[in-house]
Design a protein around this ligand. Structure first.
Ligand code: NAD
Length: 364
């Protein structure tokens, strides 16, 4: 029997993205699957029910997950909804099973085969399925636009009859996927862009996007292409050099992260106090605690010396249409690994499946 793929409306507050677009629905139907989506699924991301119907999906009122063999989601469904799934249902999305006890228990107890895509190994082959990368790109882009909106200045240099305007000096903290997109976006807006990271290989990437690598003399490359946590001495050195430098910076966009840990604190309250009035800090790391000591999750505050500190969350959701297109393609590419002639087949020798599945499978 053909596999049934179900997609329900997202539940999390502020979530505008969808896990299935008409484009990926069409591809899954072509691969032999039956696709069922809840009415209004794409309303916030601007995909109409009609577009899903034209793609070959069935649009239903109410529960689209009944009898689904595969459930696709952006954020995890409520634990009650997972508990109602039949044993063996495949659940794919940004699931974070360990972040919520009830959710983890529901997955285990219902016998759901969960693939939290944030666990996907970051190999070359996995790039087309990498939701962390695709969504970080949108977050980095939007963070710069928010900074430009909050800053009381132009980003580019302007020569006008009313005099010359000097370009805005933007510093991007962290040159991962979001940080590099932020460098590119700030450059496109005409700012003078600097960026630093503790991974030395980022120098070339920053420069190739027209940014300047800010060398703070700290290198902390860790495993798997990620950064490791800094030692106390390294952190002190980074702080000291940065504090002086920030006095000449107009806009900071923070994107630094260390996997599995709270965001590293890089911009102290004292550093912000040393910045010029009208400066702006946009902290994309707000969801995991923030890179700036003053960041308040989801808030925009103004300090006593006139510096605005914003901690936006759900940034990828702000670009819901393109973010969904990318997210849904990531999911489609992953689900394709599980489909053979329209039915489910698991190749547990494939590390992309074996390392992503949760709970982890017993080996040996
Ligand atoms: P991330 O979100 O974990 O971190 C963002 C950046 O913060 C990283 O560049 C990190 O080095 C930096 N950082 C951490 N601590 C810092 C500190 N104290 N000061 C300054 N910067 C600090 O990273 P990410 O964007 O998810 O990706 C990081 C790496 O993974 C990159 O090398 C990227 O090329 C690689 N990657 C590989 C694949 C793949 O091959 N499938 C996919 C995505 C990313």
């Amino acid at each position: 029997m053909a596999v049934t793929i179900g997609v329900a409306c997202e539940h999390a507050a502020g979530e505008r993205r969808v896990a299935l677009t008409p484009e990926t629905a069409k591809k899954l139907v072509a691969a032999g699957a039956r696709v069922r989506v809840e009415q209004g699924l794409g309303r916030f991301a601007r995909f109409t029910d009609q577009a899903y119907v034209e793609a070959g999906a069935e649009v239903v009122q109410g529960d689209a997950l009944v009898d689904a063999d595969v459930v696709l989601c952006v954020q995890p469904p409520p634990a009650t909804s997972i508990a109602a799934m039949k044993a063996g249902t495949v659940l794919v999305g940004a699931l974070q099973p360990q972040a919520d006890e009830a959710r983890g228990a529901a997955i285990r107890e219902a016998g759901v085969v969960a693939f939290p895509l944030e666990r996907l190994p970051r190999t070359t082959r996995a790039q087309a399925m990498d939701i962390l990368s695709s969504q970080a790109g949108m977050a980095g882009y939007k963070a710069v636009l928010i900074a430009a909106q909050l800053a009381p200045r132009f980003f580019p240099m302007l020569t006008t009859a009313a005099g010359t305007i000097r370009p805005t000096k933007v510093l991007i903290v962290g040159a991962g996927v979001a940080g590099l997109q932020a460098v590119a976006t700030a450059r496109r807006l005409g700012a003078q862009v600097e960026c630093f990271d503790v991974r030395p290989e980022t120098r070339e990437q920053i420069e190739s996007l027209g940014g300047r690598f800010l060398d703070l003399g700290v290198s902390a490359a860790g495993e798997g292409g990620y950064a490791r946590q800094l030692t106390d001495e390294e952190r002190a050195l980074q702080q000291q050099r940065l504090a002086e430098h920030l006095k000449g910076i107009d806009v900071i966009v923070c994107t630094a992260a260390v996997p599995g840990r709270p965001a590293p604190k890089i911009i102290s309250a004292a550093m912000v106090a040393g910045m010029k009035p009208g400066s702006v800090v946009v902290d994309l790391a707000a969801e995991t605690g923030g890179n700036c000591e003053l960041t308040e999750r989801g808030q925009t505050i103004e300090t006593g010396n006139g510096v605005v500190v914003a901690g936006p969350v759900d940034l990828a959701s702000q670009g819901a249409l393109h973010a969904s297109e990318m997210f849904a393609r990531n999911l489609y590419n992953f689900v394709s690994l599980l489909l053979r002639d329209g039915t489910l087949a698991f190749d547990w020798d494939d590390e992309l499946l074996a390392k992503t599945v949760w709970p982890e499978r017993a080996t040996g």
